[in-house]
Design a binder for this molecule. Structure first.
Ligand code: ATP
Ligand code: MG
Length: 568
């Protein structure tokens, strides 16, 4: 596939079944044509690329249909939540390019109203306080093939339930001693409807409401009502909540809420060689298997950002993978492809030598320096030009030299001539070894008549090497990344196993790379193409005069290759 045949990164987002539903609702005048969605993260971890899929879908629908999308924190479990997560989530959503305007909410904002709704269910005889222990409740729930057993407390009088629920709220009872349950049907084929718990006692402080509440609503109860309170029209979530939809609707029905939000489910994103579950990611962080949530190997938004991913590339990726109900495993190569496509247009090109080998041009004057002009991106003149210093001693890539070169070797070897990018032709004349016999230095001669990297007599060379001037180069640390997991699909592994599947070689640190002097001025987060070596992002670990670069990705586009093979 040539570059022009590739689907354009900016092509209009294709449709999907959820968009079709929204479009049909708008046409039919449902909700008076209003579209409102929400992204509802639980602040119990950092966002990952799977969340990006949901964010793009929710905010994207709102934008396309002139509606709004709220950011709502589902903060109903204070034991696992933290303000650090709240802040990181806000930062990540903003960074991805989405704006919730004045639509920032917390389920905890609604605790008082949720309590009132629950009391209404109690009054209507639709909820009761159960004194069974958690174990008893679990045992009496039955199984997929056998019905559950009614709790001995199921038929408590309304007054008693009201009194007990009030005292639960007042903090009179121990954690776990009682719960409030919906009174639905203990033999319902959908287990979710077997008298689900609506409130539990947890006498722990909450990061927003402090000590005010000793009871907290369950997700299923809080979520549908939060949607209703905010006047959400389309409540979009992932497939694992499909069975919960019945409860979502039951709560809204019993409370007579109209017009009411409707829940739709889509398949979550799974990506090869990584894990998209906060529970698993949190373990990698806590057990020090990665350097933190923003370790560039992590599939988190903050990790991807630090690695050198751009918001544009992630949004393009989310568009390309589409939205459906079919479970799928997306190839990491597609995500990398979207990044290359974006950076190829935008990242300035520079020269950086990852594994430096000294090259001395013996017939070049010792005290001479000259500068060559380089285009910052040959495909885009608007990105400007820069001057790069050249002198007698250079560094080239060790891998660009072979002492015993095969026939088709177009790079350096004894007696072979190559082009130094935009500079001169040089021929290798000799090899200097160190005490251990390793090649320590190449001796070369240059042809002054090839200034700029072109021979006026029409003499052609096939190889073009990148280089840096030793006297001017800046020493940099470069971090190269491999897959976080060796296995293509570690998501199937249980929590004990999945640690074993980690790739032991996911990080390689190269402390002595040599890069162009101009890179000293780069700022953390800036991304460059190191010619022939890939895309590199300046890491916040950099110190003045000592840059640290993360390789975002190589230049080898395995996705384009897969696509080419498919076309054949
Ligand atoms: P995890 O399974 O990683 O712990 P979660 O579903 O518990 O994630 P939430 O904070 O509850 O995380 O998720 C917020 C929203 O993001 C939910 O609507 C959820 O359905 C969606 N989401 C989470 N993971 C994915 C994924 N892999 N693909 C698409 N959407 C996702
Ligand atoms: Mg969740």
């Amino acid at each position: 596939m040539t570059k022009d045949q590739r689907p354009a990164a900016t092509a209009a987002a294709p449709s999907n079944f959820i968009k079709d539903i929204v479009r049909a609702d708008v046409r039919a005048g449902a909700y008076n044509g209003r579209v409102q969605t929400r992204f509802p993260p639980e602040p119990n971890g950092y966002l990952h690329i799977g969340h990006a899929k949901s964010i793009c879908l929710n905010f994207g629908l709102a934008a396309e249909f002139g509606g709004r999308c709220n950011l709502r924190f589902d903060d109903t479990n204070p034991v696992k939540e933290d303000v650090e997560y709240v802040e990181s989530i806000k930062q990540d959503v903003r960074w991805l390019g989405f704006d919730w305007g004045d639509g920032l909410f917390y389920a905890s904002d609604y605790f008082e109203r949720l309590y009132a709704y629950a009391s209404r269910l109690v009054e209507a005889g639709k909820a009761y306080v159960d004194d069974q222990s958690a174990d008893e409740i679990r045992e009496n729930r039955g199984t997929l093939t056998s019905p559950g057993k009614d709790s001995p407390w199921r038929n408590r009088p309304v007054e008693e339930n009201l009194d007990l629920f009030g005292r639960m709220r007042a903090g009179e009872f121990e954690d776990g001693s009682r719960v409030l349950r919906a009174k639905i049907d203990m033999s319902h084929p959908n287990m979710v409807l077997r008298d689900p718990t609506l409130y539990r006692i947890k006498r722990v402080p909450h990061h927003r409401t402090g000590q005010k509440w000793p009871i907290y609503p369950m997700y299923d109860f809080a979520h549908c009502l939060s949607d209703a309170i905010e006047a959400v029209t389309h409540s979009i979530c992932t497939l694992e909540f499909e069975n919960n939809r019945a409860l979502y609707d039951w709560v809204l029905d019993e409370l007579g809420i109209e017009p009411r939000p409707r829940q739709y489910e889509f398949a979550r994103l799974n990506l090869t060689h990584t894990a998209l579950s906060k529970r698993k990611l949190i373990r990698l962080v806590r057990e020090g298997r990665v350097a933190g949530w923003d370790d560039p190997r992590m599939p988190t938004i903050s990790g991807l950002r630090r690695r050198g991913y751009t918001p544009e590339s992630i949004r393009t990726f989310c568009e390309r993978i589409g939205v459906s109900k079919a479970e799928n495993l997306v190839d990491m190569a597609l995500l990398e492809h979207c990044l290359r496509e974006d950076l190829n247009r935008r990242a300035p090109r520079v020269m950086g030598v990852l594994d430096p080998l000294r090259l001395v041009i013996e017939n070049y004057p010792e005290d001479q320096t000259e500068e060559f002009e380089f285009a910052n991106n040959p495909e885009d003149e608007a990105m400007g030009r820069r001057m790069v210093p050249f002198s007698r001693v250079l560094y080239v890539e060790r891998d660009d030299f072979r002492e015993q070169a095969p026939g088709k070797w177009f790079r350096l070897a004894p007696g072979r001539e190559v082009r130094l990018r935009y500079a001169y032709y040089v021929t290798c004349t000799d090899v200097v070894r160190d005490a251990s016999g390793e090649v320590a230095e190449l001796r070369c001669s240059f042809d002054p008549k090839t200034r700029g990297g072109w021979s006026k007599d029409g003499r052609k060379v096939k190889g073009t090497l990148h280089w840096v001037s030793a006297a001017h180069a800046v020493r940099a640390e470069v971090r190269l990344y491999g897959n976080l997991f060796s296995a293509a699909d570690p998501s199937g592994a249980d929590e004990a196993e999945f640690m074993e599947l980690l790739n032991p070689d996911s990080l390689r640190v190269l402390p002595g790379c040599m890069v162009e002097p101009g890179l000293c001025l780069a700022k953390p987060g800036e991304i460059f193409q190191f010619e022939r070596n890939g895309y590199f992002c300046l890491d916040p670990d950099s110190t003045p005069g000592r840059p640290v670069f993360n390789r975002a990705t190589t230049l080898r586009d395995t996705w384009a290759r897969i696509e080419r093979q498919k076309d054949k």
